[in-house]
Ligand binder design. Structure first.
Ligand code: ADP
Ligand code: ADP
Ligand code: MG
Length: 451
């Protein structure tokens, strides 16, 4: 096992990883930007190294400073968390060269899944259904038009290097295809430095269902069931739950095994997630793989009683998975709400600031993952997510009631700070959400109705 790990991240996920290391008796090194001098992760780690300026490019994406901090403190491994460098295979190769272990998959597996058009082809060979569309990248307008005519409108034009919902265009009619292709390419070029796009069928009113995987370096792969992440605003997840209210044991087995095959097809090790679209006809389609830990991992932790961060560390240390597929049991119902520092009354614009009063909810089955404390000032430079509230009930109705109680008790007062807590509470009262049959478009439709 490692003696010391460097955490190349900030905020709640850095705190989450430091706690797991502590439990395992591993020393921790935090890295922080000049804007994060007083951040919780920098205070609770055994050591903390300043790696540069407030802007992510100068600090949390500053690969040389992070490698130097690692070598200088004698840390043997890097945990990347999510976002920042977590999906950067060049950085993983650099770590390898410097003799630093990456707590995540191999750069080859990351590369195979990083290009989305490419990943679809790899996955198809493994016998996993993908959204019908072009075989890889489309090279010309004529090719795109032929494919779109074959699969039928509406279609989606998507950036092959895409992420975060960027470079995606919805096309209803052939007349609009050329313009959509051009503008998706423009977006893809400016966001990802790569203008490649592909075309696929638009799936009407699907659910976003993702499968959590664990794989060791000895070829064992298991799945830990699904998360339903269909509560989205602008392709951003707001609420996640497990089990999904529309998935039974049989469908779970089918999607779960498809996800396992995806991991096997690229020699994947460590924790990963496969995202699928699930149609209302029960058909499901591979969408993409996230080769890292995800924001919503606590949902799976609470429903399976497995600590995914500790599992990641043990896998990276070369240990075998201590579980076989039949050992994985889901029990009860878990819901997570993301608390963001943003102002729903003003187009959800970020609303960071100084926290004067803070009270976290608690009680039986309530978990808070956050890096906030009273007196802390949320810096404006990073993601606006400031806390995750996770509750576990015996069934979905109990979990929803517990979440309402927890959010109502969540107190945060300060200068300039707003949160989306009331907005989250309104979703928990939404009939469509309560029915469990909500799809990825339900929030948008509701908000359009309300103007
Ligand atoms: P998850 O799949 O874990 O739910 P999110 O979409 O919520 O991931 O993103 C997790 C974090 O990663 C956020 O901080 C987000 O800003 C960042 N992120 C996601 N995609 C990208 C990307 N393509 N480039 C940079 N950062 C990203
Ligand atoms: P990103 O890499 O930006 O996360 P995804 O491929 O995961 O991109 O798609 C983001 C979101 O866009 C999905 O969660 C889903 O809501 C929607 N979406 C993507 N592809 C389709 C499709 N073919 N049909 C309908 N909705 C889609
Ligand atoms: Mg996605």
């Amino acid at each position: 096992m490692f003696n010391k790990i460097l955490i190349a991240n900030r905020g709640e996920i850095a705190v989450r990883i430091i706690r797991a290391c502590r439990e395992l008796g591993i020393k921790t090194v935090a890295v922080y930007s000049t804007a994060d001098k007083t951040a919780l992760h920098a205070q609770i780690a055994d050591e903390a190294v300043c790696i540069g300026g407030a802007k992510s490019l100068e600090s949390y994406l500053n690969t040389n400073a992070i490698i130097s901090a690692c070598i200088g403190t004698g840390a043997q491994a890097i945990h990347p968390g999510y976002g920042f460098l977590s999906e950067n295979h060049d950085f993983v190769r650099l770590c390898k060269k410097c003799g630093i272990k990456w707590i995540g998959p191999s750069p080859e597996a990351m590369e195979a899944m990083g290009d989305k058009a490419n990943a679809k082809q790899t996955v198809t060979k493994a016998g996993v259904p993908v959204v019908p569309g072009s075989e890889g990248v489309v090279k010309s307008f004529d090719e795109a038009r032929e494919i779109a005519a074959q699969i039928g409108y509406p279609v989606m034009v998507k950036a092959s290097a895409g992420g975060g919902g960027r470079g995606i265009r919805f096309v209803e009619r052939e007349e609009d295809l050329e313009a959509a292709l051009d503008s998706a390419k423009q977006d893809a070029l400016s966001f990802f430095g790569n203008g490649d796009v592909y075309v696929e069928k638009f799936i009407g009113n699907p659910k976003h269902i993702e499968i959590q995987l664990l794989a060791d370096e000895h070829g064992n792969v298991i799945h830990l069931g699904e998360r339903d992440c269909s509560t989205q605003r602008r392709n951003q997840k707001l609420i996640e739950e497990s089990p999904s209210p529309v998935i039974d044991e049989e469908l779970r087995g089918k999607i779960g095994m498809a996800a396992v095959r995806v991991a096997q097809s690229c020699g994947y090790a460590n924790a990963g997630t496969i995202e699928f679209l699930l149609g209302d006809d029960g058909n499901f389609y591979f969408m993409e793989m996230n080769a890292r830990i995800q924001v919503e991992h606590p949902v799976t932790e609470m429903v399976t009683d497995i600590d995914l961060i500790k599992a990641q560390i043990r896998i990276a240390a070369g240990e075998k998975l201590p579980w076989a597929q039949e050992d994985i049991k889901m029990s009860g119902h878990v819901i997570e709400c993301r608390v963001n520092a943003e102002d729903p009354a003003n187009g959800f614009r970020p609303a960071p600031g100084n926290i004067k009063h803070l009270h976290f909810p608690g009680g039986f089955g309530v978990r808070i993952d956050s890096a906030m404390y009273q007196g802390y000032t949320i810096p404006p430079y990073y993601d606006s997510m400031i806390a995750k509230v996770i509750v576990r009930g015996n069934d979905r109705a109990e979990a929803i009631r517990k979440m309402r109680v927890a959010l109502a008790e969540f107190l945060l007062d300060g200068d300039g700070v707003c949160t989306n807590i009331d907005f989250q509470l309104s979703i928990l009262d939404d009939e469509c959400f309560l029915s469990g049959k909500y799809d990825i478009g339900f929030l948008t439709r509701r908000m359009q109705k309300e103007g």
